[in-house]
Design a protein around this ligand. Structure first.
Ligand code: HEM
Ligand SMILES: [Cu+2]
Length: 581
């Protein structure tokens, strides 16, 4: 495959090198930095909410007392920002963009200019979302789910939310096309599908989910915009009355239609949040146990099956909408089935640990932390998949606790593992391990201090999205004190991000220089074949050829405990082996 990307003869200006770059590595870094800033902002919104829930009405420095409208804005935007501007762009836009072409031996993504465009559309989608805080009456405040009829009659912030979503969805669709064509077309010689690292498989299935699940929500976004701006009634029935009196709408529409279109996306979306995370954990575990990933093929079949199943479970978010028993039974069965491949993948990751000579570096601690945290997230999801148990738990803090175990100590820990693992690749320097461990252990304790009590509050029936933290309800008496525990834990979690932020920013210049290109002695191409850091277009001095699977660690009889994919495995001939008499 000829390398037609080398531009070594001319100096690139700042803008073309860093802002209008078409190099997948630079675009990956752009996504990474932008997404991490959004995660910090989304986290900040949540800290203000936790302050309010722990001490309702107490003034917040610089902000004053939170009003119910502000609380609803922060809740809706926290959810939207964490999912669509934080985790997905980091997991797919940053890690996917930077690592996938290197791991399959490709010089770049299939469509470099499209790749640049997908980042810019994402960026402006983020600007529109942030700008919505400054329009009259502020940002969207109908939850990240934006259910009509409330969302249809909401203030201007909701329109901004819809335009922002249209941009973010478009960016993801452009990215998904790029990933699919790159993985199908640009694999280097010998890189057959079952020689691809599991991380690439996870990104491959994720791209399919994005490509097939997002268009219905983009269409729904335009329909809700039409309802808000053009007087249509796709989601509005007639006869609605608000505080200001009866609503003058054409009618004939259905709010449930929005719920179906929203969850048709949002359920596959939660797998878009977790699959790249599983991919990262698989890479870090295999490398640090010095063992092949247990059940690699089984994991690949599971992630494909999971991808399919994720399209036929969405209505388990709608058991209380009055659906018939037959359709409810269908979605209960599919939801139980979809838990099987998740359990298979998690078990395979866990079994990989056995018999390994484990290296406990920070990347590994975060990968290890992912396993039980995602485990709790998965197990607490089972009662929500069955209508009889879901109905009492619906819209309570049990649901908030459940999905945060998956997306916060689950996905976020995996993303941290990825940052500590690939930081030396990107920068040529390592992050400080001591600060890394302080970051891990502090975050592990604080995350559980936040989300564990939520499960209990929810089982007592405490609703989510309550501005006063449940004060008005007598049945919360026994669990309302958790609000302070959670607020303190949330601020402790912030505290333990400081060593990470300091470590991340200072190690770029003062971190220990990596002494060899394959710093972790890994088997996959991004470490074994690409220079560290890989600079400029093209990635590889010589295009690698792949001879064996991705995780050939500790091959019996092999000199080293790792066999890079582009090096044929040579075992000493039996004849050479002197057999002791
Ligand atoms: C790491 C720290 C995080 C904490 C402490 C946290 C805390 C919270 C809390 C307390 C709520 C409920 C607010 C309420 O109902 O009144 C909430 C809602 C939500 N969070 Fe988080 N969250 C965190 C991270 C995340 C992440 C990483 C994601 C997604 C990737 C996320 C997505 C959501 C969503 C979608 C909602 C629902 C918003 C709504 O009600 O519309 N959160 N979060
Ligand atoms: Cu779901």
């Amino acid at each position: 495959m000829a390398d037609d990307h080398s531009h070594s003869d001319h100096q690139e200006g700042f803008w073309s090198k860093y802002w209008f770059s078409t190099d997948h590595k630079v675009i990956g870094i752009q996504y990474g930095i932008t997404a991490m800033l959004f995660l910090l902002f989304g986290f900040g919104l949540m800290l203000l909410m936790r302050w309010q829930l722990a001490s309702p009405g107490v003034e917040i420095p610089l902000l004053g007392a939170l009003t119910p409208e502000m609380y609803n804005q922060f809740g809706a935007m926290h959810g939207t920002i964490m999912v669509f501007l934080g985790v997905v762009p980091l997991a797919v836009g940053a890690f996917g963009n930077y690592v996938v072409p290197l791991q399959i031996g490709a010089p770049d993504m299939a469509f470099p200019r499209l790749n640049m465009a997908s980042y810019h559309v994402y960026f402006w989608g983020g600007v529109v979302m942030l700008a919505s805080f400054f329009v009259p009456e502020g940002a969207a405040k109908s939850g990240w789910t934006s259910y009509p009829p409330l969302a249809n009659i909401e203030t201007m912030g909701q329109t901004m939310w819809l335009w922002g979503m249209v941009l973010l969805i478009t960016s993801s669709l452009l990215g998904a096309v790029n990933f699919l064509v790159t993985i199908i077309q640009l694999r280097t010689e010998g890189m057959t599908y079952f020689k691809m690292p599991f991380f690439v498989w996870a990104q491959f299935v994720t791209a399919f989910l994005l490509l097939l699940a997002f268009p219905p929500l983009e269409a729904a976004g335009f329909l809700q915009l039409a309802d808000r701006l053009l007087g249509t009634s796709f989601f509005m029935p007639s006869g609605l009355v608000t505080a200001e009196g009866p609503l003058e709408v054409a009618g004939g529409g259905s709010p449930l239609l929005w719920q179906h279109l929203f969850w048709f996306l949002a359920h596959p979306e939660v797998y878009v949040l977790i699959l790249p995370a599983m991919g990262i954990v698989a890479e870090v575990l295999a490398n640090n146990t010095r063992k092949p990933l247990w059940g690699y093929k089984l994991m690949v079949y599971s992630v494909i099956f999971l991808g399919f199943m994720s399209f036929i479970v969405w209505a388990h978010h709608m058991f209380i909408t009055g659906m018939g028993t037959a359709i409810s039974a269908f979605f209960q069965v599919t939801t139980m089935i979809i838990s099987i491949p998740s359990v298979v993948i998690l078990s395979a990751l866990f079994i990989t640990l056995f018999g390994g000579s484990i290296r406990f570096n920070t990347a590994m601690w975060f990968a290890l932390g992912f396993i039980p945290m995602f485990g709790i997230g998965g197990l607490t999801g089972l009662p929500l998949g069955l209508a009889p148990t879901d109905i009492p738990l619906h819209d309570t803090y049990y649901v908030i606790g459940h999905f945060h175990y998956v997306v916060a100590p689950g996905t976020i820990f995996a993303l941290f593992a990825g940052i500590y693992y690939w930081y030396p690749k990107v920068t040529g320097r390592t992050m400080n391990e001591t600060l890394g461990r302080i970051h891990f252990w502090g975050s592990m304790v604080a995350m559980n201090g936040i989300f564990l009590p939520m499960l209990h509050q929810g089982m007592v029936g405490m609703s989510r999205r309550l501005f006063d933290g449940g004060l008005t309800y007598s049945f919360t008496e026994g669990v309302i004190h958790y609000n302070s525990v959670m607020a303190v834990s949330a601020f402790v979690l912030l505290l333990f991000q400081l060593p990470f932020i300091y470590n991340f920013l200072t190690s770029i210049k003062w971190g220990r220089k990596v002494t060899k290109s394959n710093y972790w002695e890994a088997t996959t191409l991004e470490w074994s074949a690409a220079p560290t850091p890989p600079v400029g277009h093209g990635n590889f001095a010589t295009i690698p050829t792949v001879y064996h699977g991705p995780y050939e660690y500790s091959v019996p009889g092999h000199e080293l405990d790792y066999c890079p994919q582009e090096v044929p495995i040579q075992l000493p001939d039996a004849a050479d082996q002197t057999v002791e008499p």
